[in-house]
Design a protein around this ligand. Structure first.
Ligand code: COA
Length: 445
């Protein structure tokens, strides 16, 4: 079978920024270190009043096409993953296609369009749909445009307000891709859970602390399922491990558990035995509580070893660099983590061709998925085209009063007109409502 994977990536960081330690924490009477040290977050990105999930998706897609010389005829499929859609029938992908047709003056009539829903994991599910479509040979030589776009806002005063964010990631999936190929093997861990949901409401009902436990449980199941399909994973064979990142502190918790899992019965565990003891096994205990206490103690000691710290610093921490500055992008989050890892490799001029990443996605409700990605010979050319740092640096820094207004402006239950705080430049903007309640968009050169 031909190799299938990600040929191009583009990220659209929305135009506003909320500084969490400097602006948000003091207004809430909180210690700024809850953000910088506890959650691992420095800022959230926010959409200006003329931005929404469509403009961010269309802007990421248009840049992706321009930078990679793609034309509408190259695209046979447009799938949008989002958990902040504003329409229960008309998919966001149709709006995005309309935007692209405006600027290219060419039609996307024969491109199949859809929208995927399963909380934050639907971006990866769309990626897998594109993979399957191409691998089945139904693509007729064309690629798939997969877009993850969200405005991840929480109700004012909700604990989740600390982890908000907004942005879009567009990816072109194709045969013989430039960036990574996806493994045929994948692992799934899934269960009927109610950790985060939005039953016909804009802002989520979320039990954040419970969601963290569900994330870890489903991720472990997915890892076991992946190993059953693909064989054992050696931690030193993984160049980077991008995970879904609702906030970087979550990944920090997940990484040590993943490390503990994959070193079991390996020479790494043997070599660490003198320092941290032997990994507790359930059959060694008659009492479950004693087993869990021993496991916690072992995990804490493992986390403190120099070997683990080095592994985390090299292979996991670089996946969090963008997330620390933008917050949670829901469906885009794991794709931001992958991009962040590859940018680290690019900035350090690393030779990564043929190296493997293990990618862990999660969606509340709940499901985790794990697959491997192999870095391809042209990855540097593709990653070198990104300008994420410039986008981060040019965001407008919100005062707390402006943040309150912008939050109200994006609250669908309120009618708050807010003058834009930035000036659109070479991008799609929301341009008002049509007669059937549809949204209108135009490109501002
Ligand atoms: N210095 C250092 N660390 C601090 C601190 C300080 N001054 N104050 C708090 N912290 C640490 C806490 O110990 C905690 O870390 P820990 O989990 O390792 O113990 C962390 O910062 C967060 O503090 P906490 O009190 O738990 O914050 P919170 O009650 O406001 O909730 C979330 C945090 C993440 C649960 C909440 O923001 C949330 O629900 N977010 C949404 C998550 C979500 O949407 N999940 C679904 C998608 S996956």
């Amino acid at each position: 079978m031909t190799d299938v994977g990600i040929d191009a990536i583009e990220v659209w960081v929305s135009n506003l920024k909320l500084d969490l330690p400097k602006t948000f924490a003091p207004e809430n009477g909180e210690d700024p270190e809850k953000y910088t040290k506890g959650l691992g977050l420095f800022a959230s990105s926010f959409p200006d009043s003329y931005e929404d999930i469509v403009t961010m998706a269309a802007n990421a897609s248009y840049r992706l096409m321009e930078r990679n010389g793609l034309e509408p005829a190259d695209i046979g499929r447009i799938d949008v993953a989002t958990e902040t859609a504003f329409d229960k029938s008309k998919p966001v992908s149709t709006y995005v296609a309309g935007c692209l047709e405006q600027v290219y003056g060419k039609s996307l009539t024969n491109a199949n369009k859809g929208e995927r829903k399963f909380a934050c994991i639907s971006g990866t599910q769309s990626l897998n749909d594109a993979y399957n479509w191409i691998a089945s040979g139904r693509n007729r030589g064309r690629g798939a445009l997969v877009i993850a776009t969200d405005t991840a806002l929480y109700e004012r005063g909700d604990a989740g307000e600390a982890t908000q964010g907004a942005g879009a990631v567009a990816m072109f999936i194709d045969e013989d891709p430039d960036i990574v190929t996806l493994s045929k093997e994948q692992g799934i861990g899934s269960a009927d859970e109610t950790d985060f949901l939005k039953p016909n409401q804009q802002f989520p009902s979320v039990d954040g602390h419970r969601s963290m436990q569900v994330y870890l449980a489903r991720m472990r199941e997915a890892l076991e399922d992946y190993k059953a399909a693909a064989g054992d994973i050696h931690p030193d064979d993984i160049v980077y491990g991008p995970f879904h990142t609702p906030f970087p502190g979550m990944v920090k918790k997940a990484a040590v558990l993943a490390y503990r899992n994959v070193i079991r019965d390996t020479e790494v565990a043997d070599e660490l035995e003198a320092e941290v003891g032997r990994q507790p096994e359930p059959e060694d205990f008659t009492d479950q509580e004693d087993y869990l206490a021993a496991l916690r103690e072992y995990t804490d000691s493992l986390r403190d070893t120099e070997r683990y710290q080095r592994w985390y610093k090299e292979r996991i921490r670089p996946t969090l660099t963008i997330s620390r500055e933008v917050g949670n992008w829901y469906t885009g989050s794991v794709h931001v983590a992958r991009t962040s890892a590859l940018l680290d490799g690019y900035d350090r001029d690393r030779d990564l061709v043929g190296s493997q990443m293990i990618v862990g996605s999660y969606g509340s409700g709940a499901q985790a998925e794990i697959h491997a990605e192999t870095i391809q010979p042209n990855w540097k050319r593709a990653i070198g085209r990104l300008d994420i740092q410039e986008q981060l640096d040019s965001r407008y820094d919100l005062s707390f009063a402006e943040y309150e207004l912008i939050h109200d402006n994006h609250n669908l239950d309120l009618e708050t007109d807010v003058e834009p705080l930035t000036t659109p430049d070479d991008e799609f903007v929301f341009a008002g409502w049509g007669p059937m309640g549809e949204r209108k968009y135009q490109f501002v050169a």
